[in-house]
Design a protein around this ligand. Structure first.
Ligand code: SF4
Length: 359
């Protein structure tokens, strides 16, 4: 590992950033702490192009931290529905409530204080502090990791030790002033030029200082983790209808699609088939009811949904209960008309299934 000439690298990078940064909506108001906090939460694990329409729609409904704190969680989840990783929305909502109710609407003033709020880690705290609050704080997201690894020709395997080293480098490269712009410039370089595969070194403003480029080892850095296949989780998802109404229920507050609404699902364990899983789902929905359980018509094709650490595979079924008299489920489920679907927050995959079974 070799240290590049930092003063020149910083100056070139900042010059390039000022001329080439993308016009993103949260860059119109860099010192608006609420908007930066929102943008950082939405951008975690999510592409910029996906975030923009959500960010704009969100601000129309929740323009201030106070309006977000006063909202019901159901409505907050509805405005997040489709963005994925729903714990981010619950944490953002709960952080807003803490800021308004416990701090009188005053935002935290240091990275340590920010990190005491739910869902705010070192990266998010560093980004808000450096960009919106003009403090000297490092950041380290996926783009910055790659850029720093290449600038310093860091050949270490991904590990907690490597992460600690990269945080140290992120601190080392920070300028005394304009730290927020520098952090954004480093991430922008990673997002637009120093791409994971085939970086555009020919248009990069800092090739002269980049140690990986100088040593002709760009393709080898960052060193990749040995790939492990992600496990597959099997679920059944049953569209239960009764006189043009569909049964939906709310998922538990934590975990996969936490707090969102769904067509009832149930895991299928390794030793089960879909019929046994349906029996268990039925018991959950109509506990203690001894009436004959209706047959499910299963669709042949399945729905696959890729998450970062696992694949979800859903087998979809359909049951019509129109002739059934005891139609009242015992759990937090409810019957809704197709036209009411937009009143409920559904995950993206559940929206797809809904369209598939309702249309
Ligand atoms: S020279 Fe290439 S590898 Fe180095 S920072 Fe620029 S784009 Fe990345």
């Amino acid at each position: 590992m070799k240290t590049p000439p930092l003063p020149r690298l910083r100056a070139e990078l900042l010059r390039w950033y000022r001329r080439n940064q993308r016009p993103l909506p949260w860059r119109n108001c860099p010192t608006d702490v609420y908007r930066q906090m929102l943008a950082e939460c939405m951008l975690q694990q999510t592409q910029v192009a996906t975030v923009i329409p959500y960010y704009e729609r969100w601000l129309e409904r929740f323009p201030t931290i106070q309006s977000l704190a006063a909202a019901e969680q159901d409505e907050v989840l509805k405005y997040w529905a489709g963005l994925g990783y729903y714990s981010r929305a619950r944490n953002l909502h709960s952080s807003a409530q803490q800021i308004v109710q416990q701090r009188g609407g005053k935002f935290p003033g240091s990275a340590e204080e920010w990190m005491q709020l739910p869902g705010i880690g070192r990266y998010t705290a560093g980004a808000i502090c450096s960009i919106a609050q003009r403090q000297r704080q490092p950041i380290l997201d996926g783009n910055a990791r790659r850029v720093l690894s290449r600038w310093f020709a860091l050949r270490a395997q991904p590990s907690p030790r490597t992460t600690a080293k990269l945080w140290q480098l992120a601190e080392q490269v920070m300028p005394k002033n304009n730290c927020g712009d520098f952090n954004q410039a480093m991430m922008e370089l990673g997002a637009t030029i120093c791409r994971p595969r085939e970086p555009h070194c020919d248009t990069c403003p800092v090739t002269r200082y980049c140690q990986a480029f100088q040593q002709k080892i760009v393709q080898k850095i960052p060193v990749k983790k040995s790939t492990r296949s992600t496990p597959t989780v099997h679920l059944i998802c049953v569209a239960i209808t009764h006189r043009h109404r569909m049964l939906i229920r709310r998922r538990p507050p934590r975990g996969l699609w936490g707090g969102l609404w769904e067509l009832p699902t149930h895991p299928v364990s390794a030793r089960q088939d879909r019929t046994e899983a349906w029996q268990q789902l039925w018991q959950e929905l109509w506990t203690g009811n001894n009436a004959q359980q209706p047959e499910v018509n299963w669709y042949d094709s399945r729905v696959r949904h890729q998450l970062t650490h696992r694949t979800i595979e859903l087998t979809i079924g359909r049951v019509n209960m129109t002739s059934w008299t005891n139609k009242t489920p015992v759990t937090s489920a409810r019957w809704i008309k197709p036209a009411e679907r937009n009143d409920y927050a559904l995950s993206r995959v559940m929206s797809k299934i809904w369209d598939w079974v309702v249309l």
